[in-house]
Design a protein around this ligand. Structure first.
Ligand code: SF4
Length: 232
């Protein structure tokens, strides 16, 4: 199953691997890049400053919508998120953080890296574990409330609630009402695309902001779960 798994937290934070982590024989970062290659951080209110200062922009972010599966490092399981999360985007199809420079194995915003990155020590994850799920930001925290896109986000959440997608996927896996379920999923995909199109063409939303404003397109969510989608 696809999930918004922030795998570096999976490898370094969960209880079942903590013992392994504690066995890492070092007390400083050796810039191996493993943590950055496995995914960017979730943002917290403490990170607003780096956004306001322009070190990180909407084009670097992706929203994990309420109800979307994500890895919970405290419970060591994948489960729907209880509230939306905003995290640093990967590179195209990879999870590798968009700010990680593989050639130099370094963070291109190191002086301004987010809180989770500052607290992450792969040899001692206790500080990071205390932070998981606390004081995280949502889109509304970093979008001007008077921006017309806020109304479009509300409409998107009402018309294409992520929770319903998961319910329909569960119903598909149980084999109940398959054609009806697929028809509703297709309807949600079409609405999702129509709202994105409207925001870009009519409101002038920059395409590079789309993943932050609306999260991942539903057709991508479904195709990653092996569900064929008719876009025509
Ligand atoms: S922001 Fe920098 S330190 Fe944090 S995951 Fe990305 S590349 Fe690594």
């Amino acid at each position: 199953m696809f999930s918004w798994v922030n795998t570096w937290r999976k490898t370094t934070s969960c209880a079942s691997t903590r013992k392994k982590v504690q066995n890492i024989n070092r007390d400083g970062c050796i810039r191996c890049g493993t943590c950055c290659l496995k995914g960017g951080p979730v943002l917290h209110h403490e990170d607003k400053g780096i956004l306001l200062a322009g070190h990180v922009g909407y084009q670097h972010l992706v929203t994990i919508r309420k109800g979307e599966p994500a890895y919970d490092p405290v419970l060591d399981t994948v489960r729907p998120v209880e509230r939306e999360l905003v995290k640093m985007r990967g590179k195209e199809k990879e999870w590798s953080c968009c700010f990680f420079d593989e050639k130099s194995s370094s963070c291109t915003i190191y002086e301004h890296r987010p809180l989770e990155c500052r607290l992450l020590k792969c040899w001692d994850t206790s500080a990071l574990e205390g932070l998981v799920g606390k004081n995280t930001i949502v889109r509304a925290d970093i979008i001007n409330a008077r921006d017309p896109i806020t109304k479009v986000i509300e409409m998107h959440e009402q018309e294409c609630p992520y929770r319903e997608v998961e319910e329909l996927l569960s119903s598909l896996s149980r084999g109940t009402d398959k054609s009806k379920t697929l028809a509703r999923l297709n309807e949600l995909v079409r609405k999702d695309l129509a709202i994105r199109f409207f925001a870009i063409k009519e409101l002038g939303l920059r395409e590079e902001f789309e993943l932050f404003i609306f999260g991942r397109p539903l057709f991508k969510v479904l195709s990653s779960r092996g569900i064929p989608v008719r876009l025509a």
